[in-house]
Each structure stands twice: as C-alpha cells, then as structure tokens.
Design a binder for this molecule. Sequence first.
Ligand SMILES: [Zn+2]
Length: 260
Amino acid sequence: MGVMKEIIRSLVKLQDTLGAIAEAEQFERKAPEQIEALDLRLEEAASGLNVVREELAESQKQRRALEMDIASVETQINRHQEQTMSVKTNEAYRTLQHEIEVERAKVSKLEDRVLELMEHSDQLEARIKVLESEHVQARGRTEEEKRGVMEKGRAASKELERLQEVRKGSELKIPADTLENFNRIASARGGVGIVVAKNELCGGCNVRLRPQIFQEVRRAEALHSCESCKRYLYCPEEPRPGDAAVESSGPEAGRAPAGG
Ligand SMILES: [Zn+2]
C-alpha cells in the first residue's frame, strides 16, 4: 500500500512538474517576441518625432524661399529707385514711384509670412525638444523592460533545468507501463493524466465511479483509471488516512494526529 501511495504521489508531482515545464518553455519561446514588440513600440514612438522634424525642415525651406523672393523684390526696388534719378517726365517719375510702392507692399507681406514661419518653427523646435526628452525616457524604459524579459528568460532556463531533474526523479518512482500510459493520456487530454476523484465522481469528466472503485481510490490501494476519460484517479491525501476514516461516510473532521 505504501508503494502505491508513492506511485500516485509521484504521478501527481510529475503532472505538476510537466505543467511548470510547459509554462517555462512557453516563456522561453515568447521572450524574443516580447523583445521585438518592445523595440517596435519604441520605433513607433520615434516616428511621431520624425514627423515633427520633417515639418520643421519644410517650414525652414519655405522661409528660405521667401527670403530669396524678398531679396529679388528688393533688388527691383533699388533698380527703380536708381531709375527715378534719371527720369525725364513727371509722368514717368510717378509711374516708378507707384511701382516702388507696390513692391514695398509686396516685401512687407512676404516679411509677415516669414515672421509667421519663424514663429511656427519656434513652436516646432519646442515640440521637438519635448518629444526628444520623452524619447530618451522611453528608450530608457524600453531597455529596462528588455533587460527584465531577458533576465526572466534566463531564470526560466535555469528553472527548466531544475524541473527536468524533478521530472526525472518522479519518473524513476513510477513503473514503466504506468508512466507510458500516463504520458499517453496526458498528451491526449491537455496535460492531465491523473485527476482527483471526489464525491464518487471523476474530477476530469464528472462520470460517476463505482463505489467499490472509489473506495479503493480513496484508500490508495490500487491505481484506477476512469472508465470514461481513462485518466488515473486519486484522492488528495488526508492528514492521517486510517481505517476509521474509510468506515465513516461523513466529511473528515479536522486534523487528528493519530499514532503511526
Ligand atoms: Zn473521467
């Protein structure tokens, strides 16, 4: 009976260990994806910064173009002013003066536009400063998160090594045919090859167990399988399972340390 109990205990422990192994393996698999996602998030945040930088470059380009326009109109003004020195008639003089006025108005309009662009550039530069400082912070955070993921990945690898040892230890305590059967059922049924039997029901599929079977499962006298889902059955160990506990049908009352 002690041997059977040990086998059942080992099967339950093996099942728990296999679950933990699957979890650690999943984490190991996902770690590179997580790191990639973190890098991508940072890149996307930086793209907002690039948009503003491009807007600034465009604004500066427009300003340079306007300044060239101003310079060329000013050249015309100078030429017309020189021409006023040598005109022969009042009519021609007035025409030139009018043209110069029109050109000065044009320059004034262009200068207003340049001022607007300068203000816009100032705003963009301030925005860029804010975004750059945010980006530096985001990069710091991302690097920290990546280090966290890598550290967890390393911890998972170490834990995997340990779990594989625990698994081997459990497997050694289980007869080969039982182990083979357990592995087959577990892989077919979502990693669950042994389930708790409770209230004469299989904890895996809820099928009713024969009372005789349930009693044997409860006493850990034999290793039974559910007739329906084929999973092994066990009852979690009571504090001190004795014959008296089997006879009484009521729920267990507290922990009664009996002599052994
Ligand atoms: Zn079942």
